[in-house]
Design a protein around this ligand. Structure first.
Ligand code: SF4
Length: 244
């Protein structure tokens, strides 16, 4: 048995289409409802969260953001005043805190001198994305999270959950590049910020609650009806109650 819970790997390849991408969205939207994601009171807080969430669970990010809030440091100017060492201490719960403190400082240097996000948030989406990717420590997933959730522009965020769900169903190879995977969504779905926002949030929820890395709970998952048939040696994990 492979460690992802599927005994024969990801050999099934099926054609992905606009119809499939819409169907996945409709099923999850009906089953799970509005997700109200991404949490954050300001675009800056959303951007900080997008950087802090790299390689850690959101619950840890919440603790780090709580520390920043209590220290009165959730604005570009206030964060700028903190030393990198003090910043690292405040965001310690998010893990990799020294690297993340450096990334946050790099992001602050990217902002205009007055710290206002307005100018960058008004940039065309692809230009903003390109500029963010120039910031050391910001990769495609973080850049796209900032463009979609902080700037409100229609780019689709690809993350590990999306990759896992779509490759387990045989619609993409798990090694597909970030850009190629994202292009499938952009080519086949309308450019709609609200939909991209909700779609990504639904995939995150599905990945957390059902399509876990080692024990997928397909029999309880809304997407079970879209699994390929037959799936050789397919293993359905034991049904367990979901914690929300
Ligand atoms: S049915 Fe759900 S848990 Fe199973 S592979 Fe699909 S998304 Fe993952």
């Amino acid at each position: 048995m492979a460690k992802d819970g599927f005994s024969n790997g990801l050999k099934v390849q099926r054609r992905i289409s606009a119809k499939i991408l819409r169907r996945v969205f409709e099923i999850l939207d009906d089953a799970l409802g509005p997700q109200h994601w991404w949490p954050g009171e300001t675009p800056f807080e959303v951007a900080v969260g997008a950087i802090l969430t790299q390689s850690t669970a959101w619950s840890n990010v919440e603790k780090a953001i709580g520390n920043l809030r209590r220290a009165g440091a959730l604005s570009p100017k206030a964060l700028n005043r903190l030393s990198e060492g003090r910043l690292a201490q405040l965001i310690r719960p998010s893990g990799y805190f020294r690297q993340k403190a450096r990334k946050l400082k790099n992001f602050l240097r990217f902002l205009p001198r007055n710290g206002s996000l307005q100018k960058i948030m008004n940039m065309p989406a692809q230009e903003l994305r390109r500029e963010l990717l120039e910031v050391k420590g910001i990769g495609p997933e973080t850049a796209d999270s900032i463009v979609l959730y902080a700037a409100g522009r229609p780019v689709f965020v690809i993350d590990a959950y999306t990759r896992r769900i779509f490759s387990r169903h045989g619609w993409v190879d798990e090694r597909i590049s970030y850009d190629d995977f994202q292009a499938l969504f952009h080519r086949n779905l309308p450019e709609n910020t609200a939909m991209f926002n909700q779609y990504h949030a639904l995939l995150v929820r599905t990945g957390k609650d059902y399509c876990t890395r080692t024990a997928p709970r397909c029999s309880a998952c809304p997407l079970e009806s879209l699994l390929p048939v037959p799936w050789p040696d397919f293993q359905v994990a034991e049904k367990r109650p979901i914690k929300h």
